[in-house]
Design a protein around this ligand. Structure first.
Ligand code: AMP
Length: 537
């Protein structure tokens, strides 16, 4: 029998991002994409409009002389023209470099030069950054402004000069389509390049009911920025499902609240601080939280009280864990098989963990003192968390060597516990976990317990050198405005929540806690600030 008689599938269909926007335009062409701009103006387009503009943009980039594989940078908030760029750049074979505007100047200089960005697309609100960095960015040849033509050509005019008669550039599933830099705690930021195929698979997996759970009726307002970790893949997964997107260039709670109400938003996604600000806003105004069906929360641990309040409001909390290196979704918390049998408290406890791996991702933990020893998934033993899968990094951009072991395991730098039902419970970062008398104390759990106190705005636990115990926890606390809460009050609050030997040796009140450009507590800066701190033996 010849091979032809055995039948075949259409595996010449290459996994390219262009399929995603073609599908969205064809099947959900009229589904709206709303943008509330920084100046308060609003515009509306739809998936068909995004595709037409992406085709024009691809032409416009070629007209500038941009070639397949070259990098095009964006310095922008969430809006429809940024979305167009995600598809326009990939559609002409380019690589979109989404730059985080909150990075420090040296980091901004480093990453744009390192990526050799040729074009810089930016929001007018970031003109001061452009003015400061222009002379330091040595490879950028063209500046285009997304929302004004005052200092650079305006995006709409630039793509408006094209007719959109363009064929997407074809290639391999392994071609790159996007690059994000991750600013680690040491050294220069590192580039993580996503590929067409890895991005497409990641987005498909994100559509599982236990993940984003989108339907055609979903209306998503993503607060997670398009410049951070591919906005958790939402612009792709949302296109696949044909959802309505509502984008806002402002993250003011009042603006988000009004948009959520008016546009019938069902889903949102963002870091916990977004909800903290929203709670404060609603409390100050004496109004209810928006009636969302689901909120995906990740990027840092979602505190228990936040989960509780959202769940009581009828909102399903999907606590997600991932990193720039993992595209970024590793795990997401959805209802487990035994969900209906759980009490409300048990549901909150489960949701406070980081969820289960989505299809395609494998996790394991290894012994912190012996990294060759794999640990049991017993819901008790914590260890260094490792991950592998088709959308997990293998090698950083321009790096000489792979960053995974010979079996593909990537070290996340996180510490966690795996439960028998596959749930991941993150307990710390390997660099932040506190070693006291040979035993590990989770700085994150200590912080979470502390922020549960009504008068604590923010808390950070750091292991300080101790003559007897090696390290002991010190808790740095920012009080709520106007609060005089004392160390004794906080200790009383902590006592029933944590083991006795986890109790901090000292509580220090500070005006602020340093943050990284992605809004996470910077323990490194905090340690630097208190480098002469001494605990008594
Ligand atoms: P980034 O690459 O900037 O997105 O940072 C990734 C890191 O953020 C992870 O390695 C974790 O340490 C932390 N992280 C992300 N999601 C969570 C979560 N749900 N709970 C606790 N930490 C998280």
């Amino acid at each position: 029998m010849s091979a032809a008689n055995l039948g075949a599938m259409q595996h010449d269909w290459t996994m390219r991002i262009t399929h995603v926007i073609d599908h969205a335009a064809r099947e959900s062409g009229t589904r709206e994409i709303v943008t509330r701009w920084a100046d308060g103006n609003e515009t509306r387009t739809n998936w068909a409009g995004v595709r037409t503009d992406a085709l024009k943009m691809a032409q416009a980039l070629q007209a500038l002389g941009i070639k397949k594989g070259e990098r095009v940078a964006s310095l922008a908030m969430n809006h429809s023209r940024h979305l167009v760029s995600w598809y326009g750049v990939a559609g002409m074979g380019g690589v979109l470099h989404t730059v985080n505007p909150r990075l420090f100047e040296d980091q901004l200089e480093y990453i744009v030069n390192h990526a050799e960005d040729k074009v810089m697309l930016y929001d007018a609100m970031f003109q001061p950054i452009i003015d400061k960095m222009r002379d330091r960015w040595t490879t950028v040849e063209h500046y285009i402004c997304f929302d004004s033509g005052e200092n650079s050509p305006a995006f709409e005019d630039w793509i408006g000069a094209q007719d959109g008669d363009f064929e997407w550039v074809t290639g391999e599933a392994t071609d790159p389509c996007m690059i994000c830099y991750t600013s680690g705690t040491t050294g220069n930021p590192k580039g993580v390049q996503y590929e067409h195929g890895s991005t497409l698979l990641h987005a498909v997996s994100g559509l599982q009911p236990s993940t984003f759970n989108f339907s055609a009726a979903s209306v998503m307002l993503p607060v997670v920025p398009m410049f951070h970790a591919a906005s958790w893949g939402l612009p792709y997964a949302g296109a696949m499902a044909g959802i309505k997107f509502v984008f806002s260039c402002s993250n003011e709670p009042a603006v988000l609240h009004e948009l959520m109400d008016r546009e019938g938003v069902t889903d949102s996604a963002g870091v916990p601080t977004v909800w903290l600000a929203h709670f404060q806003y609603c409390d100050a105004q004496g109004i209810d939280l928006p009636k969302l069906k689901a909120a995906t929360i990740g990027g840092s641990a979602c505190p228990r009280f936040m989960i509780e309040r959202l769940m009581k409001n009828g909102t399903r909390v999907q606590h997600a864990w991932g990193m720039t290196e993992t595209s970024p979704i590793g795990t997401v918390g959805g209802p487990t098989w035994d969900w209906d049998k759980l009490s409300f408290e048990e549901k909150v406890d489960k949701t406070a963990m980081q969820g289960r791996p989505i299809f395609g991702v494998e996790l394991r933990t290894v012994d912190l003192d012996d990294w060759t020893k794999e640990l049991p998934r017993d819901g008790k033993t914590s260890g260094a968390l490792q991950i592998r899968g088709p959308w997990i990094i293998k090698r950083y951009f321009k790096a000489e060597e792979d960053c995974v072991d010979e079996n593909g395991w990537f070290d996340t730098g996180d510490v966690g516990i795996l439960h028998p039902d596959g749930t991941l419970q993150l307990t710390d970062r390997t660099k932040d976990v506190i070693k006291s008398g040979g035993e590990w104390i989770s700085s994150v759990e200590l912080e979470n317990a502390a922020v549960g106190h009504a008068e604590v705005a923010e808390a950070a636990a750091v292991g300080m050198p101790h003559p007897k115990w090696d390290e002991r926890p010190v808790l740095f606390v920012v009080r709520n405005e106007g609060s005089n809460v004392s160390a004794d009050d906080i200790n009383e609050h902590l006592k029933p929540l944590i083991a006795k030997w986890w109790m901090p040796d000292a509580i220090e009140f500070v005006d602020d806690i340093p943050h990284t450009a992605t809004g996470k507590i910077s323990k490194k800066d905090l340690r630097d600030r208190f480098k002469d701190y001494k605990l008594e033996g």
